[in-house]
Design a protein around this ligand. Structure first.
Ligand code: ZN
Length: 199
């Protein structure tokens, strides 16, 4: 997929603005089996996995070169479901260049963007079809599907920003969104680790 598009020339690429699907090529799939440790309820995770592996989310992107001046873009599709009381979500990441903002335009579905910066400021924003969300620089971000249909967003950010998944994999987010009394609720993450960790 990465060498299918020449980013030095104009090109067009299809996206379905409801499903987020593209004919550009293979998506990158995040299976439940690749998300060990990401959900707060470890026992519920093992039970879910025992029932069979499944796609939690996938994304399509045309393989932007990681270079200044380029724009990385694509669609992210988080499928409905829960692990215990915790809704399906993306792993979430900081950008390697921390001072990187990103725009997410919600195409379909319903959910939230969880955001936090290294100083511990936490922001939660609703994702609604037809609305663009500006994720400011320095905020880690994670999409969370609280609905019953796929949560689909279109994203754009600077091409050289890179992804830092390690900090979130190790520490987690400070807050989680769980289903409480049948509704999404923002709660403290009992597993959040305050100590510094690798980048
Ligand atoms: Zn990002």
């Amino acid at each position: 997929m990465a060498d299918k598009f020449d980013f030095s020339l104009p090109f067009s690429v299809d996206f379905d603005f409801v499903t987020g699907l593209s004919v550009m090529g293979e998506s990158t799939k995040r299976m439940l089996s690749r998300m060990k440790g990401m959900f707060c309820d470890a026992e519920a995770y093992e039970n879910a996995l025992a029932e069979g592996d499944r796609t939690v989310y996938e994304f399509y992107e045309p393989g932007c070169p990681e270079e200044a001046g380029q724009l990385a873009f694509g669609t992210s599709i988080t499928y409905p479901g829960k692990v215990g009381a915790e809704y399906h979500m993306t792993k979430g990441h900081f950008h390697t260049i921390l001072a990187t903002a990103e725009v997410y335009y919600c195409l379909s579905g319903e959910g939230y963007m969880m955001m936090e910066n290294p100083e511990g400021d936490v922001r939660v924003a609703k994702l609604r079809p037809g609305e663009a969300l500006y994720v400011p620089e320095r905020y880690a971000h994670r999409s969370i599907n609280t609905g019953s249909t796929p949560l689909v967003t279109f994203f754009v950010f600077r091409g050289d920003a890179g992804h830092n998944y390690g900090t979130i994999e190790t520490k987690g987010f400070r807050k989680l969104i769980l289903e409480v009394d049948g509704k999404p609720a923002v709660v403290d993450n009992p597993n959040w680790r305050a100590e510094e960790c690798h980048e």
